[in-house]
Each structure stands twice: as structure tokens, then as C-alpha cells.
Design a protein around this ligand. Structure first.
Ligand code: IMP
Length: 193
């Protein structure tokens, strides 16, 4: 059995991955190792912040662990909101964040964007990163009732917004799903009995 700490405080993400990993792996939570402090996220890229969180936990608590970081990157805004996705308009308010993006993109013809998730795994002191992305375009208005965050303004190749996908469909194609699948594949191939 291999114990892996998932360095997140989001219980939904923990449950999601527990369902996908073979029972050979035991996912431990931050609270299980006595880690109650805020994880550092001080960089300007999703890759660096993902690594920073995993390194913090691996070094301070001497454990095998993985962390993830996600965000929306818009070409015409030089990759913003990026690491600032959650708080782009000041607080954690998805509607205000989307309004800010729509306003900044008002006169922009280049509407290309992508969602990105970077998972950093540190196991036996070695670091690995798994990147999942999904490409789309920023719409002109919000559309759709499902999902969260920027989903209502993220238009997929088939013309639907991410918020028009039910969870079952989104969880097969999303940036997070792609990065998670790579992590699971890697662990199965290299660390399963
Ligand atoms: P986190 O790192 O997964 O907590 O994501 C940070 C922020 O990126 C969220 O608060 C959202 O604003 C945005 N984000 C990440 N994933 C998604 C998604 O699947 N849909 C919409 N917004 C997302």
C-alpha cells in the first residue's frame, strides 16, 4: 500500500480521486498529517504554484504527496486571469470575475483561451508534473447553468459553453480530468504491486 497526501482543502477533489485510484493507494488528507496552515501560492504561473504547494507539504511533513492548481488562461490577456482566476475581480465571486473578463475582452477579436490544470506529484523525493488543458473561446455573454467558475463564458469547439455540459460529460473532457488521468496512469504503471 502506498500512502499519498493530496495537498488540497477541497473535499470534493479528494472524493473524486479516491474513486478513481486503485485500492493499492491510500489518499491521506492534510488534516491527517496535522497540516492546517494555508499552502503557499506566491508565483505567477499555474505550474510554479502547483509545484510550490507540493514541495511545501513534501518537505515540511516528509511525505509522498501531490498538489494541483488550475485556472483560465486567455491569449489576448497575456494568460490572465491564470493564477488569479479565483480572485480576479477582488473576491471569490464567479459572476464578478466573469464580468471583468467580458469587459476586458469587449473589443477583442482574439478570443482564444484554455483551462489548465497542473498536478505536481512528489514521490520518493522525485517531482513529476501532469498537465491537462482544454481549448476554447471566450463568449460574448454568459450561457448555461451547470459547472462553476468561468464555465458560462467558456465556449467549446462544438459551440456549447462548458456550463451547458452536465457534470458527467464535463468530468470526461475537462482539463482536471485529463491531468488526473495522467497521474493515475503513471501511478498504476510505476507504483502498483
Ligand atoms: P482551482 O485551482 O481548481 O481551485 O481553480 C482556481 C480557479 O480557476 C477557480 O476558482 C475558478 O475560478 C477557475 N477554474 C478552475 N477550474 C475551472 C473549471 O473547470 N471551470 C471554471 N472555472 C475553473
Amino acid at each position: 500500500m502506498i500512502e499519498l497526501v493530496f495537498a488540497t482543502n477541497n473535499i470534493n477533489k479528494i472524493r473524486e480521486i479516491e474513486l478513481l485510484l486503485p485500492s493499492f493507494f491510500k489518499i491521506k488528507r492534510l488534516e491527517d498529517i496535522g497540516c492546517t496552515e494555508e499552502l503557499p501560492e506566491t508565483h505567477e504561473t499555474i505550474e510554479e504554484n502547483s509545484l510550490e504547494k507540493a514541495e511545501f507539504v513534501a518537505q515540511k511533513y516528509n511525505v509522498n504527496c501531490f498538489a494541483e492548481d488550475s485556472g483560465l488562461e486567455i491569449d489576448a490577456l497575456n494568460g490572465n486571469p491564470g493564477v488569479h482566476s479565483a480572485h480576479y475581480a477582488g473576491d471569490r465571486n464567479a459572476d464578478k470575475n466573469m464580468d471583468k473578463v467580458l469587459q476586458e475582452m469587449e473589443n477583442n477579436d482574439d478570443r482564444n483561451a484554455n483551462f489548465k490544470t497542473v498536478i505536481t506529484l512528489i514521490i520518493d523525493k522525485v517531482q513529476y508534473q501532469f498537465v491537462g488543458t482544454i481549448n476554447g473561446k471566450i463568449g460574448k455573454e454568459k450561457k448555461g447553468l451547470y459547472g462553476f467558475g468561468y464555465d458560462p463564458i467558456f465556449v467549446l469547439e462544438d459551440g456549447r459553453t462548458m456550463a451547458e455540459l452536465m457534470l458527467e460529460e464535463k468530468s470526461k473532457i475537462s482539463h482536471r480530468a485529463k491531468a488526473t488521468q495522467q497521474l493515475i496512469q503513471f501511478l498504476k504503471e510505476n507504483y502498483s504491486a
